[in-house]
Ligand binder design. Structure first.
Ligand code: NI
Length: 167
């Protein structure tokens, strides 16, 4: 790890904090209070109830994790996992070859590809990726820009739980 920007250190701090909690179940959860407008809180309660949360704390924890992951995957050199899902026109000439060539160009970043024959005209592929966020985004952009690729989306994620504890 070479990152040393304020964001990197903040994320590292958050990881460390998160890791302490997961590694030591005896550690106390820290309580803090939040002030917000009544109407906003009402909307929040309504939303988390719809999503199936039983309490606000778990909902807030998930939102914090989600934000941390979102920020982390914005770091170009950050090592992340990705799932690229897209649907394309099966009859488009040369498209399958282009898609395959691109995936071979980036074989080091591609874990696996699943192919689904959606109907007579369409195929869906799910490409699982691993590597630097900036590379995965570039792969997705290139692939989704091919003529005949009708719809697609890249989702990036990473583990927030502790794994490396090198001293
Ligand atoms: Ni197919």
């Amino acid at each position: 790890m070479t990152g040393s920007s304020p964001l990197d250190s903040f994320i590292k701090e958050c990881y460390n904090y998160h890791n302490r909690n997961t590694e030591n179940p005896m550690e106390q959860l820290v309580r803090f209070s939040v002030s917000m407008e009544e109407g906003l809180l009402h909307q929040f309660d309504h939303l988390i109830e719809q999503k199936g949360y039983t309490n606000r704390s778990e909902a807030v924890r998930d939102i914090v994790r989600d934000t941390l992951v979102e920020e982390s995957v914005k770091t170009p050199g950050g090592i992340v996992y990705g799932a690229l899902v897209f649907v394309y026109d099966h009859h488009k000439r040369e498209l399958e070859k282009s898609l395959s060539n691109l995936q071979h160009d980036y074989y080091e970043n591609i874990i696996s590809t699943s192919h689904v024959h959606v109907d007579h005209d369409h195929c869906m592929e799910v490409v699982l990726l691993h590597g630097k966020a900036v590379i995965l985004k570039a792969i997705a952009e290139k692939l989704l820009s091919f003529k005949g690729v009708k719809h697609g989306k890249l989702t990036l994620t990473m583990a927030l739980k502790g794994h490396h504890h090198g001293k």
